[in-house]
Design a protein around this ligand. Structure first.
Ligand SMILES: NC(=O)c1ccc[n+]([C@@H]2O[C@H](COP(=O)([O-])OP(=O)(O)OC[C@H]3O[C@@H](n4cnc5c(N)ncnc54)[C@H](OP(=O)(O)O)[C@@H]3O)[C@@H](O)[C@H]2O)c1
Length: 312
């Protein structure tokens, strides 16, 4: 594989779920100089600060793992922050990277960018062919704009700015705050609380029949390394495990891992999001990537991290 070694990589958002996994992965590569900065050192929504920072550090590669991210609840409560902060972070980092002479950049989209009614599995050519899920539309529009920024700079200035579109991710470093948790930490937190309180049942949103594709975040990091080494195309690249499960199936495995043995009551009036989201990841499969962590193993490792790192 082409070397990444002896390159300076600026990893924006290194404290997050994706960023911390990329940090663990890229720190192991001999000779890679990984540049990180916390939010207190640089607010990525501040264009002047981003411009000065990138001129000073002059990286070879920029990875944008920073963004305003959250589950259904956070998206429906804070649509303004979701669109504004994601637009600002991507616009600042992409434009200022180009200004500072950065030729290669990895940006992250999200499966929410695909239309609500979309042929499954979803291929990148289905982007912008229909209406998006209303709850996550502001976030999704910002993500589509990020992808268009990348392809526009590539077309006009010959850069290699790639947008990776991961499915739902989970793993060490996830947010377990009920206010912005995604499906796995939300379920894990609920079951854990119920077990601690010896509750006989837990109420979950929806009817449990919506399907989700899940990927362990360490597998995502491997896919990102491969993309940076081998991918020379211009199109966005899907990164998914290749199989979807119903929320009911996922909840069953999470309950098993947490040791919750009570009942699950489903509340169909609660928000559930899109019916199905499965990505067509054949581009990456063609490059030789496949995920190596099964759902149960990934959930056990996530639960271990949760117990060691989260105050409950
Ligand atoms: N999680 C998923 O399931 C998933 C799925 C598909 C795509 N993605 C994409 O992957 C990327 C990373 O997501 P994630 O789940 O890793 O998010 P995350 O855990 O919430 O991490 C976000 C990171 O961005 C940083 N950040 C946010 N706003 C900032 C600002 N104004 N200035 C500086 N830093 C800022 C955060 O810093 P602090 O530590 O200071 O908050 C944190 O390091 C996002 O683009 C997301 O859309 C995620």
């Amino acid at each position: 594989m082409p070397p990444l070694e002896n390159l300076r990589i600026y990893l924006a958002g290194h404290t997050g779920l994706v960023g911390s996994a990329l940090c663990r992965r890229f720190s192991r590569l001999a000779g890679v100089e990984l540049i990180k900065a916390t939010r207190s050192e640089i607010d990525l929504t501040d264009a002047n600060a981003v411009e000065k920072f990138l001129y000073r550090i002059r990286p070879d590669i920029v990875i944008i793992a920073a963004g305003k991210v959250g589950g259904i609840l956070a998206n429906s409560l804070y649509p303004a922050e979701f669109i504004y902060e994601n637009l600002a972070i991507q616009a600042n980092l992409i434009h200022c990277s180009w200004n500072a002479g950065v030729k290669r950049l990895l940006n992250f989209g999200s499966a929410c960018m695909y239309p609500k009614e979309c042929h499954q599995p979803m291929r990148p050519d289905a982007l912008m062919t229909g209406k998006m899920e209303p709850t996550s539309e502001p976030y999704a529009i910002a993500k589509l704009a990020g992808q268009s920024l990348c392809s526009s700079y590539n077309r006009q200035y010959g850069t290699s700015y790639v947008t990776a579109i991961p499915c739902n991710l989970y793993g060490p470093g996830d947010s377990f705050d009920p206010a912005d948790a995604h499906v796995i930490p939300a379920l894990m937190g609920k079951f854990f609380k119920a077990r601690m309180e010896k509750a006989e049942s837990v109420t979950l949103w929806g009817d449990g029949s919506a399907r989700r594709e899940l990927l362990y975040v360490e597998d995502l990091a491997g896919a990102c390394e491969l993309l940076l080494r081998c991918y020379e195309g211009q199109d966005p690249v899907n990164i998914g495990s290749g199989e979807s499960h119903t929320i009911r199936e996922i909840a069953k495995v999470v309950a098993e891992v947490v040791g919750f043995q009570g009942e699950m009551d489903w509340d169909p009036s609660g928000p559930e999001g899109a019916r199905e989201k499965l990505l067509d990841s054949s581009e990456l499969r063609g490059l030789g990537w496949f995920p190596s962590t099964g759902l149960k193993t990934g959930l056990e490792q996530t639960y271990r991290w949760f117990r060691e790192n989260c105050k409950v």
